[in-house]
Design a protein around this ligand. Structure first.
Ligand SMILES: O=C(O)CCC(=O)C(=O)O
Length: 278
């Protein structure tokens, strides 16, 4: 598959809204391969391991996270530099031809699959009002420079009632906190309704479609009310000098399996300099 070029509309809409949807980012066969692997991991409990994949949740109703999912086999390794979005990440994280690329063009600081059932959701969070470095959006000298871009790929169809991701379009540039932000955050497992917030948009996706967004976009999800599961996979990309969000590190075996670009994205400093040698 050829690497998808960014078209001018993608760039315009990403700058304008802080997100874009890439339709059919994964082929049906790629979605099926990922789901087959998740089927085998789905019974992991919080804090249990299966190989190098870790079962995790935040203690509320956000569903099961399968952290370090890029350790779960080829179908997930392929997502690291997937042709449907790698050019978008390079362009939107930016830094080509600068110090930012000294040890590699990008870095994934978190990667996981998330599975939610009825009643699950994630509260609204992020937004330019927080002013964080990690999620920031900046345009300068004709270029976009972002601290973190997320790719969220649907592995099941996500329509009304399925608990779609909710965004506040353009909030990556907002100067004020959304007045309904605090009452729609996650509180002790209770979530109010991100999808009912003024100016919110719930993003519906078909399995294989991907939502790409800058992390400073104010976002969360609707509560799933339908039966069954919502499955997504999320990889977060930033500059090569970033660091891991959690305490996980890639396994030696994973690093061996990867191609050069993937390896640099997963572990930008391949050779560690010490007085004893690398
Ligand atoms: O689960 C979702 O729909 C939103 C994902 C999310 O909140 C995040 O990536 O921080």
């Amino acid at each position: 598959m050829k690497k998808k070029k960014i078209n001018e509309i993608d760039k315009y809409l990403f700058d304008l809204n802080g997100y874009i949807v890439i339709k059919k980012a994964l082929k049906k066969s790629e979605v099926n391969e990922c789901n087959k692997i998740i089927d085998k991991l789905i019974n992991l409990k919080h804090n249990e391991w299966n190989g190098y994949v870790h079962g995790h949740n935040y203690g509320g109703k956000e569903g099961l996270n399968l952290q370090q999912i890029y350790e779960a086999g080829k179908p997930f390794e392929k997502l690291i530099d997937h042709p449907s979005w790698i050019n978008h990440m390079l362009e939107f994280v930016g830094g080509k031809g600068t110090f930012d690329h000294n040890h590699g063009p990008l870095f994934i600081d978190e990667n996981f699959a998330n599975v939610r059932g009825p009643g699950d959701a994630i509260g609204i969070h992020s937004g330019n009002h927080e002013g964080t470095q990690r999620g920031h959006y900046r345009y300068e000298n004709g270029k976009i420079h972002c601290g973190q871009i997320n790719i969220l790929v649907a592995l099941t169809n996500i329509g009304p009632g399925d608990g779609g991701t909710v965004v506040i379009p353009s909030s990556h540039k907002a100067n004020f906190k959304h007045p309904e932000f605090d009452k729609n955050k996650m509180f002790k497992g209770k979530v109010s309704h991100a999808d009912s917030m003024t100016a919110s948009k719930e993003v519906f996706l078909k399995a294989g479609d991907a939502l790409l967004f800058v992390d400073s976009l104010c976002h969360g999800s609707a509560k799933r009310i339908n039966k069954g599961e919502r499955r997504v996979v999320i990889y977060r990309y930033g500059p090569s000098w970033g660091f891991f969000r959690h305490s996980y590190r890639p396994s030696k075996q994973l690093l061996k399996n990867l191609n050069k670009l993937q390896r640099r994205i997963v572990m930008p400093h391949e050779k560690i300099l010490t007085p004893q040698g690398g």
